[in-house]
Design a protein around this ligand. Structure first.
Ligand code: DGT
Ligand code: CA
Ligand code: CA
Length: 575
């Protein structure tokens, strides 16, 4: 059985949680958390790197000890250190940590003084009024726990698109190789390119005697078969991801594909349009008086209601049907439209490769230019660049550009936006760069007013080019900071600067609706990987997904420009 990056990250997260409950050294806890994050954002499977005997200590946040643990997990599927912790503390304590309002300290207190190990025991104790007696708890906290428990039950678990993809693609491949199988498409939110997915919805067409169902339920990653019949089955993979499979007749494939791609809100609107024309539309086809009139292809379903095919990424009932009717659907950007990347890191700060390696990897990814934007020194990132080191790096870029072929390096910086909106490096240094990427990395808790003013002030700065990961969110982990994004977009328009769509699968920041607002306001977006390693450029595809969901066309994106056009744009912002 293969071990995926997500399995490894989950073990590290659990280690961090349990160590925290144990009251271990905070540095140790943080090391595991950082490692989990690093593993999650990696573009390649660690199992593959281990198989090739690659040096894992080159990865960010992975030292010798963690590298050894990764090898152990890849080879055995588990970590001895975690098993040891499990012998000391019940594994169920981890579930308690996920209840809002309960940190490691409180969980330990509940365990030590009331012997609470599970969510059920916690609920019982809260209902019996036993929590309020604990030091530092009180009636209010008890009520908060009860409320959180009620919410906890209805909360659905979602997966990052990139994580779902690790499971989805091999499974789809397996189904494609099954005898008698003709078409395999992953529909649902996955096909719409959503940043997270709840479950996978796979559609298959196959010959009548195909063993596709057995192939599906017998897959070695399946942990549980929830339901299985002749044309549909539901399983849960070891990762916890649910997969629905439907085998549909070839003549209904388009109708089924449209139905199961969704979104539900979009489907309802399309069905309504059908009703106006006396048509019945469902997953089996388009019917007029019980007679099939369309449904073999998706295009035929749209055509039946008088529309051109709407790209899946737009099917959210956010005006795409009106746009289709009026012939103003956007021509969505594609991966090959991208010609450069304007945000990347090297070994000079927290990246893992030198500039030349990054440049070659970018060229390998089909790019013509790459901006090196290492961190400024304010940030807690080790080795942030000061003025002197930045100037040295700029000289090195000049030298490299003379020898590199097919790719040009641009001089940049990811400069911290300080709490008061000033930038972390003096003007005379910034003025010598090709571009300045500004980012918020601290003081996430400011009020919306203060945070917005801080960012606006930074953007007014003479040499400000691109606002990196504008909302600061980490998907499924950290909410965006409070900021008035429409105002930020407006300010970018007035100032003539750019907003980033950070393509890291954990960020995808700007989100789709704000990308669309930026486009409507005429603010160009820069789709960047923020790569810390040569694998990072593979993330551009996730950025493209999100850009398409944001209705972006090629022209709406800054880094679709040729290098010479790009230089003109940059010159305009850099004065
Ligand atoms: P997810 O899984 O939460 O990320 O989101 P989806 O969109 O994949 O939703 P899912 O898996 O519940 O259903 C897949 C598609 O099936 C959904 O996008 C639209 C269609 N669908 C499901 N339930 C209904 C329904 O009650 N009415 C209509 N019209 N379509 C539905
Ligand atoms: Ca789904
Ligand atoms: Ca589903």
């Amino acid at each position: 059985m293969s071990v995926h990056n997500e399995d490894i990250a989950a073990i590290f997260d659990e280690m961090a949680d349990l160590l925290e409950i144990e009251g271990a050294n905070p540095f140790r806890v943080r090391a595991y958390r950082n490692a989990a994050r690093s593993v999650r954002s990696l573009g390649r499977e660690l199992a593959e790197m281990v198989a090739k005997g690659e040096d894992l200590t080159q990865l960010p946040g992975i030292g010798k000890d963690l590298a050894a643990k990764i090898v152990e997990i890849v080879q055995t599927g588990k970590a001895h250190a975690l098993e040891k912790l499990h012998r000391e503390l019940p594994a169920t304590l981890e579930d308690l940590l996920h209840i809002p309002g309960l940190g490691p300290k409180r969980v330990k207190q509940l365990y030590d003084s009331l012997g609470i190990e599970t969510v059920e025991q916690l609920a019982a104790a809260a209902r019996a009024g036993r929590l309020r007696e604990l030091p530092g708890f009180g009636e209010k906290t008890e009520q908060r726990v009860l409320d959180a428990l009620a919410a906890h039950r209805t909360e659905e678990r979602r997966f990052l698109f990139s994580v779902a993809r690790q499971y989805a693609e091999p499974l789809a491949e397996r189904l494609r190789r099954c005898p008698g199988v003709e078409q395999v498409v992953i529909a649902g939110s996955y096909r719409r390119g959503r940043e997270t997915v709840g479950d996978l919805d796979i559609l298959v067409t196959a010959q009548a005697d195909s063993p596709v169902m057995q192939h599906f339920t017998g897959y070695d990653e399946v942990a549980e078969v929830v339901a299985s019949g002749t044309t549909r089955a539901t399983v849960i993979l070891r990762s916890g991801l649910q997969v629905d499979l439907r085998v549909v007749p070839e003549d209904s494939f388009g109708a089924a594909l449209h139905y199961f791609t969704g979104s539900k809100a979009h489907n309802i609107q399309i069905r309504r349009l059908g009703q106006q024309r006396g048509l019945k539309i469902n997953e089996y086809g388009v019917f007029k008086d019980e007679r099939v009139v369309a449904g073999k292809t998706e295009a035929s379903v749209f055509k039946a209601v008088g529309l051109p095919l709407i790209p899946p990424e737009l099917r959210e009932n956010r005006g795409e049907i009106e746009a289709a009717r009026e012939g103003r659907l956007p021509r969505l950007i594609e991966r090959d439209d991208l010609r450069g990347d304007l945000h990347s890191h090297t070994r000079a700060t927290d990246g893992q490769a030198d500039m030349e390696t990054m440049a070659r990897a970018a060229r390998e990814a089909g790019l013509e230019y790459l901006a090196i934007t290492d961190h400024s020194r304010h940030l807690t990132v080790v080795h942030g660049l000061d003025e002197k080191r930045l100037l040295q790096q700029m000289e090195e870029i000049d030298r490299l550009n003379e020898t590199l072929h097919g790719i040009t390096l641009l001089k940049g910086i990811e400069v911290d936006i300080l709490e008061d909106g000033r930038l972390d490096l003096p003007d005379q240094v910034l003025s010598r760069l090709d571009l300045v990427v500004g980012a918020v990395h601290d003081h996430f808790g400011l009020s919306e007013k203060k945070q917005t003013e801080r960012i606006l002030r930074a953007m007014e700065h003479k040499y400000f080019t691109i606002l990196a990961h504008p909302s600061g969110r980490l998907l499924l982990q950290r909410e965006a900071y409070a900021v008035d994004m429409p105002r930020v977009i407006e300010a970018a328009r007035e100032r003539g600067c750019y907003l980033e769509l950070n393509a890291q699968p954990l960020r995808l920041d700007l989100d789709d609706t704000h990308c669309r607002l930026a486009r409507e306001r005429g603010v160009k977006i820069s789709i960047d990987t923020d790569s810390h390693s040569p694998d990072g450029f593979a993330n551009l595809r996730y950025g493209i997904n999100q850009a398409r969901r944001g209705w972006l066309e090629k022209d709406d994106v800054l880094n679709t420009r040729s290098l010479s056009r790009l230089r003109k744009h940059l010159k305009a912002t850099m004065g």
